[in-house]
Ligand binder design. Sequence first.
Ligand code: IFM
Length: 475
Amino acid sequence: MNPTPRLPDSFRWGASTAAYQIEGAPAEDGKGASIWDEFTARPGVIRDGHTGDMACDHYHRYAEDVALMKGLGLDAYRFSLSWPRIQPSGAGPVNVQGLDFYDRLVDELLANGIEPTPTLYHWDLPQALEDAGGWLHRDTAQCFAEYAAVAAGRLADRVSTWITLNEPFVHMAYGYAFGVHAPGRALMLDALPVAHHQLLGHGLAVAALRGQGAERVLIANNCTPVRPAGGSPADLAAAEAYDTLHNRLFNDPLFLGRYPDLSAYGVGDPSWGGVVRDGDLAAIAAPLDGLGLNYYNPSWIKAPDNKAPDNKTPDNKTPQATDSGLPFELVEPDADAYPRTAFGWPVVPEGLTELLLRTRERYGAALPPVWITESGCSQPDELVGGVVDDQARIAYLGSHLDAVAAAVAQGVDVRGYFTWSLLDNFEWAEGYHQRFGLVHVDFATQVRTPKASYAWYRDKIAAHRRGAAAGGAPK
Ligand code: IFM
């Protein structure tokens, strides 16, 4: 029997969060409104009317949270900067107090031996920019680059690794196409310019970050291995179309310098009707130091039925394409085929190996080193007698780390793993109903309780380091 492959000795261990999901303090110290502040105030859009107004109160409790990270022995912490905390209207005047907060956080991390790894944009666009057209508008890309320069101008003396965008696919699809996330626009295929303007913003931000001395720049794309639900030509074509929209649209321009064929979406013209301008693809394809991959599960795809539209989004899933004009339909695997998370998402660790191998196969030498920038699961965690015994999360993390090791053994250059998430937090349309953290948060009292998975991850990291120091990391 082959032993389970090892992770490289130099493998980096991390955890991820995002500003709106943990910070709270939505209007403190000069912060401007974001689209999530505005969206969550609308009745009926978030389960039980939850908002991120308090979240984990990380804005005030960051030192306690860094101590939790230190207890884990993290190498790196991935968090996001709130753009409207730094630039309240998204352009022009800078809010120095906002930068001061991230300055304190960065210093606290460094003092505890943890590498700060900020993401510039995790979906909390300044509301003022949304009012001017948001990511449908090309100028937002330029504003994003200016904000990147401001953030790096203050922090790049201590921050080496920067991530531009988080999951531009999800932001386009949920925020602008289906309207179940902020800014709540339901434009379906008319949301496509959001993809290009985010990617253009990314490319312009890469240059801005490097201009301020950033050493390493990545993007974090949410990717999924696409599996046709059946073997018919129609199912295979639908799977291709979904792969194009979810994965290739956001990776091809970075690593191939061109967009994939979007004819399945009625886009025949390479300029997308004037959206993609001369020079844009060169800017987007600026060399990167790494690709961040956020992985949760594969997608099973079949050819669309021509049935009535179903815009329900029960489990934070992409709404079904029906007579909406989309050339695919998402289907669920058999109920008993895989374990499920509390969200109902299938647990498919081998899908992560598959994703890494497919990504390497598609981009070959153009693919930079990969970091898993999110991987984790929501579970029905309960605090009983001061303990959260989240064995399902432990199994999830262990199997997904093994899946990374399997890809590494087949030659994929994976440098690190950030679990989602450090803390239970505000899970977007689901409010506080889905818990993803290694640390349980009581949202009424803000008491943090490390779960069993926290101790497991800590021990896993320590064992890996011991093995590396002894000349070969154990599994
Ligand atoms: O909580 C989110 C995160 O903000 C982006 N990636 C997926 C996570 C779980 O849904």
